[in-house]
Design a protein around this ligand. Structure first.
Ligand SMILES: Nc1ncnc2c1ncn2[C@@H]1O[C@H](COP(=O)(O)OP(=O)(O)OP(=O)(O)O)[C@@H](O)[C@H]1O
Ligand SMILES: [Mg+2]
Length: 270
């Protein structure tokens, strides 16, 4: 049996901000119909990597492909049909504050060259995706009237509204209570199993990772340092990866905590 062609491919992608090299010749092939989870410490470049897949950021060096198209070489107009196939749940949600929940969710539908010209059809789709995230009835609320977790679920509903082939989830369960987080895990699995969606999930949530991942890669200091499955997660021999997976700080990190003061200013005497 031959492996399927990757649906997303990053080839030696390098990206720096000022002189800070965030991605250092990173390569990744994402298999279609699978859930690839990217883990790694805060600030290591996970969100930056996702933005390269939809052409929101361009590599300094290297190439990014989606289904054989070189995303990193396409102009804004040529990127439109590609972006229609990729749902993106942004880390901060990125809802439009001046729009209602329904308007936010229908926005990508109205942008979609006429296929969703019928308003009743758009409303129906909005009702469907809000039902999937457990928020049907919130259509006429504004983002500021909702909790952080609710906003995240609206953003997720918007990301899946167009039935995209690929969904990029940037921390889908962060800020959700454990039950809601589990429902989002189930939804990610359902979209894969029922619709054959490909997913790339950036997360710090190891419980979620264990539940949904077909493959787990770890980004660290500009490179991928581990390529694992749920089965191999518990027996990695790389100390950095093992500590991350187990949520265990290093001796040096603990030493910093010991030498730093946790009490108030020294001149505050009782
Ligand atoms: N637009 C930008 N301009 C300048 N620097 C940026 C920009 N976007 C990201 N960076 C820098 O790139 C690095 C990686 O950022 P990124 O948002 O990808 O981290 P992350 O791995 O997603 O972290 P977290 O887990 O905290 O979300 C950080 O040092 C960040 O400051
Ligand atoms: Mg991030």
């Amino acid at each position: 049996m031959t492996d399927q062609e990757p649906i997303i491919r990053l080839k030696n992608v390098t990206k720096s901000f000022d002189r800070h090299v965030v991605l250092n010749a990173v390569s990744l092939e994402v298999a279609p119909g699978k859930i690839t989870v990217i883990i790694g410490p805060s600030g290591c470049g996970k969100s930056v990597l996702l933005k390269h897949i939809v052409g929101l950021m361009r590599p300094d060096k290297g190439k990014v492909f989606f289904e054989g198209y070189e995303v990193s070489a396409l102009g804004e107009r040529e990127l439109v049909p590609i972006r229609q196939q990729i749902g993106f749940l942004f880390q901060g949600g990125a809802l439009f504050d001046s729009m209602t929940v329904e308007e936010n969710i229908c926005f990508p539908l109205t942008e979609n060259d006429g296929a969703w010209a019928d308003e009743a059809a758009r409303r129906q789709r909005c009702h469907e995706v809000l039902t999937l995230v457990g928020l049907d009835g919130a259509q006429h609320k504004f983002p500021e009237e909702m909790s952080g977790g609710e906003k995240k679920r609206v953003a997720l509903a918007r990301a899946i509204a167009l039935n995209p082939k690929v969904i990029l989830y940037d921390e889908p369960t962060t800020g959700l209570d454990p039950i809601r987080a589990d429902l989002i895990n189930e939804l990610i699995l359902k979209l894969k199993n029922a619709l054959g969606n490909t997913a790339v999930v950036v997360t710090h949530d190891m419980q979620s990772t264990r539940k949904i991942a077909d493959r787990i890669v770890m980004l660290y200091q500009g490179r991928f340092i581990a390529d694992m499955t749920v089965d191999t997660l518990g027996r990695v021999d790389n100390e950095i990866v093992a500590r991350f997976v187990e949520g265990r700080a290093s001796e040096e990190e603990l030493a910093q905590l010991r030498t730093g003061r946790v009490e108030g200013p020294a001149n505050m005497q009782s």
